[in-house]
Write a new protein. Structure first.
Length: 367
């Protein structure tokens, strides 16, 4: 009798569970995006005879169900916690944690990728810089894996070997080593990027090596935003928010910034973006193909072109004291062959190739 009762109870609870979640799935509106994961969610696929016949409807509907499952974020957190605490998995969705830091595994060293980056840099140099008299520099930003992966038993790319391979492939550029100036705490806990308030020393070193004026003393301002980086949503584990700071002084406050993509002026720091989906985009609007910064208070006419990834957005304002104009170029979003029509390279005094090790190790995005 008791066994039959347990069977009926189990069946009733199971049917109830299915009924509740089916009702939630039908009644709740489909979400368009996951704020925590910073991505658009799958939409319901169109139901047609051809999509059913070729199987695309079922594949699309399966992805739709996975993305629109009721209480999805809660179940993602439960799964991630079980993997970490019960099954003792060292990583979750390719992410791992060391103390307060979350980071993404990035190994092994992809020398083919490094060679591709070197070829693209050399193409830019040969096409626009070699005969222009422009002094050319190269620096590779160590991502925080360099500081927390290997010391804590996680695999990582070989940063030193990566830098050496890139330098050998692009010997025309004078190398600026900034690795000894950084540590794990110079990066956000839940994001890949460095903290602007911690990289003044890096900006000063780069300026010194290029013979440019330092930015000088800066004031630190708190945006008041609770900052959660890109890894926070991907990891699906609870993590305390961080403060988001920015630096300014008289030089930075007077800068004029022009976004060539939109043909519009933009602020150095967009505080409205700080409260958006990707707060790091508050720095010069994030990664854009071409941005031009003008310093009306420069002591002399001197121009710098920075080929960069998103790390360049927060350090560029700290390099402006010694230049009347800085042009930021991201060749992940614009083909180098088009640059000659948009930039006058004959007026450039200095050029800096500044990229993170993670982009160099995954350089298929560099055109």
């Amino acid at each position: 009798m008791m066994k039959k009762f347990r069977q009926i109870l189990t069946l009733t609870l199971s049917l109830g569970f299915i009924a509740v979640f089916s009702a939630l799935f039908l009644l709740l509106p489909a979400a368009e995006e996951s704020v925590s994961e910073r991505r658009h969610l799958t939409k319901s696929p169109p139901l047609t005879l051809s999509s059913v016949a070729n199987g695309s409807f079922m594949n699309g509907f399966e992805n739709y169900m996975l993305d629109q499952f009721p209480l999805r974020d809660g179940f993602r957190t439960l799964k991630a916690a079980a993997n970490a605490k019960v099954f003792m998995q060292k990583d979750n969705n390719g992410l791992y944690s060391v103390g307060e830091h979350l980071s993404k595994l990035d190994f092994p060293t992809d020398f083919d990728s490094v060679d591709h980056a070197a070829r693209r840099f050399r193409y830019v140099y040969d096409a626009y810089l070699r005969n222009s008299g422009t002094k050319t520099y190269l620096s590779v930003i160590p991502d925080k894996n360099v500081f927390i992966a290997s010391p804590n038993g996680y695999p990582d790319k070989d940063y030193k070997a990566l830098v050496e391979r890139l330098r050998n492939g692009f010997p025309e550029a004078k190398y600026i080593d900034i690795s000894g100036l950084l540590s794990a705490d110079d990066f956000y806990y839940t994001d890949s990027h460095w903290r602007q308030e911690r990289i003044l020393k890096v900006a000063d070193e780069i300026a010194d090596k290029m013979g440019a004026e330092r930015i000088g003393q800066c004031e630190k301002h708190d945006t008041g935003v609770s900052f959660y980086g890109v890894y926070y949503g991907q990891a699906a584990l609870p993590h305390a928010p961080e403060s988001l700071f920015y630096l300014d002084n008289a030089v930075i406050r007077d800068l004029k910034v022009y976004n060539a993509e939109t043909s519009s002026d933009i602020p150095v720091y967009d505080l409205s973006a700080a409260a958006g989906r990707d707060p790091y985009e508050m720095f010069l609007g994030g990664a854009r193909s071409i941005i031009r910064i003008t310093n009306p208070n420069a002591a002399k006419e001197r121009r710098l072109i920075v080929f960069r990834d998103s790390f360049g957005s927060s350090i560029a304002p700290l390099l402006t004291a010694g230049y009347s104009e800085i042009t930021l170029v991201d060749i992940r979003y614009i083909a180098p062959s088009a640059l000659g029509r948009l930039i006058d390279f004959t007026k450039a005094d200095d050029a800096l190739f500044l990229y993170s090790a993670s982009v160099i190790n995954n350089s298929e995005t560099i055109k």
